[in-house]
Design a protein around this ligand. Structure first.
Ligand code: CMP
Length: 132
């Protein structure tokens, strides 16, 4: 059954003009892009988007980074979209992400890790409402 998920190409990757390269990895895996837009998160949006992490020690850094420049958000779809997307993006920490994953190939640090993806249908429902 077709499923949707949300990806955010983060400011570090947008600045390095990696958007097309990153989106092409999903297209090659058979994803359709149903919505796409460039935006700059406000602090209010960032706090809402990452509210699950609000008590974490890295929360301020996370909000500061995601609001630091343009991002590209896309709703992408195919069967098993959520779990397959998590495989394609790789481990949160680029140092631990396998080569061939997006974070393994492009991530700079755990903060500047190039891409976000919803980790569940519930997260997708919440995140998509912040962005679209
Ligand atoms: P993302 O998938 O956007 O979701 C939450 C983000 O928090 C994650 O990517 C990382 O960029 C960031 N993050 C997670 N763990 C840490 C950590 N230990 N230190 C700093 N940032 C983190």
């Amino acid at each position: 059954m077709t499923e949707q998920t949300l990806i955010i190409v983060k400011p570090d990757a947008v600045k390095r003009t990696l958007v097309e390269e990153i989106l092409s990895r999903f297209k090659k895996k058979g994803f359709a892009i149903s919505k796409q837009k460039m935006l700059n998160f406000t602090t209010e949006m960032a706090k809402e988007f990452y509210s699950a992490h609000s008590s974490k020690p890295f929360f301020d850094e996370l909000v500061s980074f995601i609001t630091s420049g343009d991002v590209v958000a896309a709703i992408i779809e195919r069967d098993n979209a959520v779990s397959l997307t998590r495989e394609i993006i790789g481990n949160t920490n680029p140092k631990e992400a396998s080569a061939g994953t997006i974070r393994g190939d492009f991530g700079i640090s755990i903060t500047e890790n190039s891409i976000h993806a919803s980790d569940s249908r519930e997260s997708f429902d919440k995140e998509v409402n912040v962005i679209f």
